[in-house]
Design a protein around this ligand. Structure first.
Ligand code: GLC
Length: 731
């Protein structure tokens, strides 16, 4: 449809109808059969038939149901505006991938792009037009439960991952079959909530916001994401959903974004709870003035826009602009020509967890799992491992799909036991439940029954099994419901009931491998003391068990590298590798006193950003580099890397740059490039990185994004701790 025709539709709409076109309804509004539910309608203060005038619904799944809903809506919509189907498809639709924090560890944008393409195919035939992904919040505090949805603590890695996810979802354009729209969220800086406490406020300088937190969102938008979701939090006291500077000056003015903005669930009316709007009428006015288009699941716009316009408190032009952006997005999706879009029952079934998607998911598990330690090369398992006991609550568990797995969650997943049974000298024991009495506060919130009645019995069985084995592999970790939204933690250890299991097993057998299931960095001190190897598989999704079998037996190598720092103790949070330089620079000498450190515990993290091992070893040559970079030019930095092990292996070569002097304090180093390479045993290769002036720019003392002439150091190595470096100068 031409834009002129879209504008014609708007001319024929009343203010109320425009307001409904800016309302997204929750799935509770529609019953299983798609009929509108009076309850939710009443709670919004509208009639059930009004639903047909609304913009969209979220998280309503299944091709057959969606077809019926779309037909009903289209038939009853006064202006024949088709509805949009949006959903939280954060890391897979039916085929659930590893959580995004794990996919960040893959350092493999191409594989990420493939996985999100697969997701778009499954979801689009299932009737979805747009997903609320990628979540690009930069995260530095493991106490915040939603780190699970992020790709980590580094703005460059997050930008590369956001670009890959958007390109995977949207392909060559959302008018094409097998694509869905991407929505960058949560704009902005939700990951910086104070103390890691959920829904808390955010306070930071504009410089840090622009330097560290905004670039990831912009990368997703530069890749073409069609929508932006505003965040719950305020920044320096201004809630993002009503933040005119953020939404109109930065997002639309500076970045030129002309797509649609949507609030988070209820975040529009939450301006009242932030205390910046006296009532919902004022909240509606502030949001529309700020540039919020679609209101998710609250009735501010439908209740107050008409009154605001009629009383002269709001310019109807702003509403028309918002509605036009929404209709243009629906038009881009082809919905005016085909209100059903690509919703298709047969194709949904054909692609639903199809073999090739399961295989890509399996590859992603291997690419995103991080081998944190491997003493005595206890892994991979082999003949020398003897009898192997597989122990832990994740041996028979199928729930390792994270918290945003709406369609994939109920599906049957292969368990660890099924992946191993009958393939070698394996014995099994559950050992414990995932949660115990110590988790009762969380259990109450989650409405879980904690059953400790068989705690000692399970422990005894596990100890007996471990005693008779030569090697023990523990499958332990967080309950999948311990990370994610509304799961901020003060403690970041595995549940005590499982730590107790590890202790009792370790007493009788010290040949312990830990396979860790987690949605956030954890305090792994005790696990590290009581194991020879730790393989972090995160919440690995549908293909977990087969991938874990392949990695533990050496058929596959775990090739992930940490996308987020693992603190030594939760007291270090927030903690991240690219620390800002300070006075009294940290001195590792334990007798040093007046240096930037903690005096009661080690100051360095347990595992750093970029860390991770494989099953072989690599050697790096010194860094060679052209010593002078002219403005507008490029120079090359290179290393020769050699696989010095006895098997084919993969390495993530990481390049960091350190700015010696600047007009404001800068980080000790920043990731500026990475390459993931697989080399045969003995093979060596020259790896080059291009460096240009753009990479050296920062938000300076005058709040200009520029690079200063002067000295820089480039580091190229295995992780963020590498000292393999060379200097160059920008002139
Ligand atoms: C939630 C989340 C957001 C999600 C939205 C819709 O509260 O904050 O990430 O997309 O609501 O479910």
């Amino acid at each position: 449809m031409k834009e002129i025709e879209l504008k014609k539709i708007i001319e024929n709409m009343t203010v109320e109808e425009k307001a409904f076109e800016l309302l997204q309804l929750s799935p509770a509004f529609y019953g299983e059969d798609g009929s509108t539910e009076t309850g939710p309608a009443m709670s919004l203060g509208i009639q059930p038939e009004d639903a047909y005038q609304s913009n969209s619904v979220l998280n309503y799944f299944g091709a057959e149901r969606v077809l019926k809903l779309r037909e009903d809506h289209y038939k009853n919509n006064k202006h024949k505006i088709p509805m949009m189907m949006m959903a939280d498809i954060i890391h897979g639709y039916a085929t659930i991938m590893p959580i995004p924090l794990a996919m960040g560890c893959s350092f493999d944008p191409e594989l990420v792009k493939q996985c999100y393409h697969n997701t778009a195919v499954e979801a689009s035939y299932g009737g979805v037009d747009l997903t609320f992904a990628p979540m690009v919040d930069l995260v530095r505090d493991a106490r915040w439960g939603r780190v699970i949805e992020s790709t980590g603590e580094d703005k460059f890695l997050n930008g590369e991952m956001a670009k890959a996810m958007v390109e995977g979802l949207q392909g060559d354009g959302v008018e094409n079959e097998g694509t869905i729209c991407a929505c960058v969220k949560h704009f902005a800086a939700y990951g910086a909530v104070e103390s890691g406490r959920e829904y808390n406020y955010v306070d930071m300088s504009e410089r840090f916001l622009r330097e560290y937190y905004l670039p990831g969102y912009k990368a997703g938008l530069d890749a073409g994401a069609e929508m932006v979701m505003t965040s719950f939090n305020s920044i320096a006291g201004v809630p993002s959903t009503g933040n005119k500077w953020l939404l109109r000056d930065v997002l639309r003015g500076e970045w030129g974004f002309d797509g649609v903005t949507i609030s988070d669930w209820g975040s529009a009316m939450s301006l009242c709870s932030h205390g910046v709007a006296e009532d919902r009428r004022e909240a509606a006015r502030l949001c529309m003035e700020a540039g919020l288009d679609i209101e998710m699941c609250t009735p501010g716009y439908i209740k107050w826009l008409k009154d605001l316009v009629e009383s002269g408190d709001l310019d109807e032009k702003l509403i028309d602009e918002a509605v036009l952006r929404v209709l243009k997005l629906k038009n881009k999706l082809g919905l005016f020509e085909n209100p059903m879009r690509f919703t298709n029952v047969e194709k949904e079934q054909k692609y639903f967890r199809c073999d090739e998607f399961l295989e890509d998911a399996r590859r992603m598990v291997c690419a995103s799992s991080v081998l944190l330690k491997n003493e005595d090369n206890i892994l991979p398992l082999s003949e020398k491992s003897g009898k192997v006991a597989l122990i832990g609550p994740y041996v028979d568990c199928e729930r390792f799909v994270g918290t945003w797995a709406k369609v994939g969650m109920p599906c049957r997943n292969v368990t660890v036991r099924e992946a191993f049974e009958g393939k070698g000298n394996y014995v099994f024991a559950k050992g414990s439940h995932r949660l115990g009495a110590e988790n009762s506060l969380e259990a109450v919130m989650l409405k879980y029954e904690i059953d400790d009645s068989d705690r000692e019995k399970l422990l005894k069985q596990a100890v007996k099994t471990a005693k008779k084995a030569d090697t023990v592999v523990m499958f332990i970790g967080e309950h999948y419901d311990q990370s994610g939204e509304a799961h901020a933690h003060m403690e970041i250890k595995i549940p005590e009931v499982q730590a107790e299991l590890l202790r009792r097993v370790y007493e009788v057998n010290q040949n312990v491998v830990v396979v860790l299931f987690n949605g956030r960095p954890l305090d792994l001190r005790e696990i590290s003391q009581k194991s020879k190897a730790i393989l972090d598989v995160w919440m690995p999704g549908t293909s977990a068990a087969n991938a874990i079998y392949d990695m533990l037996t050496g058929k596959e190598e775990p090739t992930g590298r940490l996308s987020m720092t693992f603190p030594y103790h939760v007291g270090q949070c927030p903690i991240y590798y690219n620390k800002i330089r300070t006075c009294h620079t940290y001195n590792p000498d334990p007798t040093s006193r007046f240096t930037s450190k903690y005096s009661d515990m080690p100051t360095m993290p347990l595992y750093s950003f970029g860390e991770g091992m494989g099953y072989t070893t690599f050697e790096y040559s010194d860094v060679t580099i052209e010593p002078t970079l002219k403005r507008g030019g490029k120079i090359k930095a290179s290393v020769t890397i050699k696989n010095t092990g006895d098997r084919r292996g993969t390495e993530v070569i990481q390049m960091y740059i350190y700015d010696h002097f600047a007009s404001v304090a800068r980080p000790s180093r920043e990731l500026k490039g990475f390459k993931k390479l697989t080399l045969d045993a003995g093979e060596e290769r020259v790896v080059e990185f291009e460096i240009d002036e753009e990479m050296l720019k920062y938000w300076n003392i005058d709040m200009k994004f520029e690079a200063d002439a002067g000295k820089f150091t480039v580091y190229i190595g295995h992780d963020s701790k590498t000292n393999n470096s060379a200097e160059f100068e920008l002139v």
